[in-house]
Design a protein around this ligand. Structure first.
Ligand code: GLN
Length: 491
């Protein structure tokens, strides 16, 4: 029985553990076996603990339980952490040469919160360098693979986390989302990914990409699991000045109802236009029908500024990135070139050797957008567009409770397909970026499969701090459909 534990959801595994039917050691063994079977194909992890270390952690949990029968939601649960979230004593690479050997002296607030619960640490997952990308191909450690088709991308930038969950190499994972990096890989890999409202989860200890957009959130096998993990992550943190002090509800309260009665669902017409793959559209439309069956009222709405979202995002995100990444100069920490030709040359060489081409492209774009003479034309303009996008959502949410859209314009594409064409890669985020710019909570849940057998995601976006509504609706949909029961072949 122990070998099949890796197939269970967090909620199911927790049930068995809390009732005493399985010990932490059984869980650890099951997952270590699974990882030994599939990780060489999926390549979800950058850094993994030694086998002995996992077993020892599990032993410690089992031993302490003998005297102390109380369990916490994450106790003994195998968790993976995206490798841009700081972990004490465990290297945090951001998928970059720049931080390849960086060992943080502190835990991110979210890691500390999970540690307190005594989860089982399974490893640090692969990502596009500093979170910049949509395919996990921009990692200096090489791409992760999609468990549904190993020749396809797992999405990005949290591709390692989504692939690890889909391939049962952990029961849940932490991802980060700046413009779609939780939702988009969740859609590609057929799992659940929740980007919380900006400010809901502490960013302390998350290596910054674009600080006004970055959020940490759960990637899980079910909507209930996302609520369980969000309960652990969501809290006010005095160490993050953008962290909200709004009270956090118990999110598991909202994953109980199997209908969406009394809810009005907005369908923004701009999200169903040119560029949307017909198969994706068909599944999303079928999902909208399902919401009607579940008692919801469907309303077509318009978000006219949607067409400017990508342009605004790629100015704002790159501008912030160019500033955040200025700290990597070979002096304070991280990579330093071997060249010794004076200070300025050392800076130059360090950055030339330490960053990959996508990161350099963004630093150049962002620096340009911020430079004097261009600031108003680019950065100022993008900020105005951001305000308009937020207003569009505000007025939509006067009439509807949440929005339903696709997550990605296409299912996962083959590895290498968009690598040489950055613009095409940026377009993969066209449906996820608006919620990021407006700081809204948004969830991706599976809503079907393409004829080629690749998962398709459905996005639900809610009002700020109303994770409750999208969790409720996502749960009702999940219960009414069978998508989550299908498993990836991994071959
Ligand atoms: N794909 C987007 C980008 O490349 C979003 C990345 C993210 O959310 N971290 O910027």
């Amino acid at each position: 029985m122990a070998t099949a534990l890796f197939k269970l959801t967090l909620k199911e595994l927790q049930g068995l553990f809390t009732s005493g039917d399985v010990g932490a050691i059984d869980i650890a063994r099951s997952y270590l076996l699974r990882i030994s079977q599939v990780e060489s194909k999926v390549k979800a992890y950058i850094t993994m603990p030694e086998r002995e270390q996992v077993l020892q952690e599990a032993d410690t949990i089992d031993a302490s339980l003998k005297q102390w029968r109380k369990t916490q939601p994450l106790m003994a649960m195998p968790l993976a952490i995206k490798d841009n979230i700081c972990t004490t004593g465990i290297r945090t690479t951001c998928g970059s040469t720049m931080l390849e050997h960086f060992i943080p002296p502190y835990n991110a607030t979210v890691v500390a919160a999970c540690r307190e619960q005594q989860f089982l640490f399974m490893g640090k997952t692969n990502l596009d360098e500093f979170g910049m990308g949509s395919s996990t191909e921009h990692s200096v450690f090489g791409p992760s693979r999609n468990p549904w088709n190993l020749e396809c991308i797992p999405g990005g930038s949290s591709g390692g986390s989504a692939a690890a969950v889909a391939a049962d190499e952990c029961v849940a994972a932490l991802g980060t989302d700046t413009g779609g990096s939780i939702r988009q890989p969740a859609a590609c890999c057929g799992v659940v990914g929740l980007k919380p409202t900006y400010g809901r989860v502490s960013r302390y200890g998350l290596v910054a990409f674009a600080s006004s957009l970055d959020q940490i959130g759960p990637i899980t096998k079910s909507v209930t699991d996302a609520a369980i993990l969000l309960n652990v992550l969501a809290a006010h943190d005095p160490r993050d000045s953008t962290s909200s002090d709004q009270p956090t509800p118990d999110y598991t309260r909202f994953v109980k109802k199997k209908d969406v009665k009394k809810l009005t669902i907005g369908v923004p017409k701009e999200f169903f236009s040119e560029g949307l793959d017909p198969e994706v559209e068909q599944h999303v439309q079928a999902a909208i029908e399902e919401f009607k069956e579940l008692g919801g009222t469907i309303k077509e709405i318009s978000l006219p500024t949607t067409e400017w979202a990508i342009a605004a995002y790629y100015i704002i995100a790159t501008a912030e990135a160019s500033s955040n990444l200025a700290r990597y100069d070979g002096v304070k920490y991280g990579y330093r070139t071997k060249e010794r030709k004076g200070l300025l040359e050392m800076y130059r060489q360090t950055r030339a050797e330490g960053f990959g081409s996508e990161v350099k492209r963004r630093i150049m774009l962002g620096t340009y957008a911020l430079s004097s003479g261009y600031y108003d034309a680019f950065y100022g303009k993008a900020q105005s567009v951001r305000t308009l996008i937020t207003r569009d959502f505000d007025s939509a949410f006067q009439d509807v409770d949440f929005l339903v859209t696709p997550v990605m314009p296409t299912p996962a594409f083959p590895l290498g397909e968009k690598l040489q064409d950055p613009l095409q890669m940026y377009l993969s985020d066209m449906y996820t970026i608006s919620a990021s710019l407006a700081g809204l909570p948004a969830i991706s849940i599976p809503c079907g499969f393409s004829r080629a057998g690749l998962p398709i995601g459905l996005q639900l976006m809610g009002r700020p701090f109303e994770e409750s509504t999208i969790l409720r609706a996502a749960y009702a949909y999940e219960q009414a459909t069978q998508w989550r029961k299908k498993r990836p072949p991994i071959r």
